[in-house]
Design a protein around this ligand. Structure first.
Ligand SMILES: Cc1cc2nc3c(=O)[nH]c(=O)nc-3n(C[C@H](O)[C@H](O)[C@H](O)COP(=O)(O)O)c2cc1C
Length: 191
């Protein structure tokens, strides 16, 4: 069975991200065709990148890096739940991504964004980052508006249509993650 991490991009006290990640998780677990777990960056406190060698070398020297690497390596796919901060993704999320390399590669990812324009600028930046790490990013994306999917910008009340988009996103993530499995396991792919 495919293991999927729902990674919460916000670490802020009082964050909207918690309700959004909970909504993603609740809908995802109803499928029964994969395992889903919310991963909270706040549970993996990472300083600004402090590894002497680039992550692509795999030479991790810090215990916090090894703990984070083991967590990310344990999944086959990811759903990033990301707010938009200054037209991009939150710094702690980018930092957490930069800490690792091989743990991300040959997996699939989908994006659930939120912000004044659905978090789309944060998602676009994350797509560039994921390309660099050889993570297959699916086209379906959930765009939640602070104006129409939250009351008073804080109480999450998503419009019903987002469930269909999330379902499509998860379908795509699971399909691509399964297709990439031979690359993760080193099995031979026949042409
Ligand atoms: C530092 C900061 C910068 C922000 N910049 C943007 C932005 O550029 N575009 C946008 O749509 N919302 C922006 N927002 C609003 C956030 O998207 C909104 O507050 C969201 O709820 C933050 O997610 P969180 O509550 O899970 O941390 C910003 C919020 C913060 C804290």
């Amino acid at each position: 069975m495919i293991d999927v991490a729902i990674i919460m991009g916000s670490t802020r006290p009082g964050r909207n991200g918690e309700a959004v990640a909970g909504w993603v998780h609740d809908l995802a677990v109803k499928r029964g065709d994969a395992r889903f777990e919310v991963v909270d960056l706040a549970d993996f406190p990472l300083p600004p990148l402090d590894e002497p060698m680039p992550a692509i070398t795999g030479r991790y020297t810090r215990s916090h890096t090894r703990t984070w690497a083991a967590k990310i390596a344990s999944f086959d796919a990811y759903v990033f739940v990301t707010p938009e901060y200054n037209h991009s993704a939150p710094g702690p999320l980018k930092n957490a991504i930069d800490f690792l390399y091989a743990e991300w590669t040959n997996k699939a990812v989908g994006f659930v964004g939120y912000g004044s324009v659905g978090g789309v600028r944060a998602i676009e930046h994350l797509r560039l980052v994921m390309s660099c790490l050889q993570v297959a990013h699916v086209s379906a994306q959930v765009e939640l508006s602070l104006f129409t999917d939250f009351e008073d910008f804080t109480v999450f009340r998503p419009a019903g249509r987002h469930e269909d988009t999330l379902t499509t996103l998860l379908d795509q993530v699971l399909a691509w993650s399964a297709a990439l499995k031979p690359l993760r396991t080193g099995e031979r792919c026949e042409a």
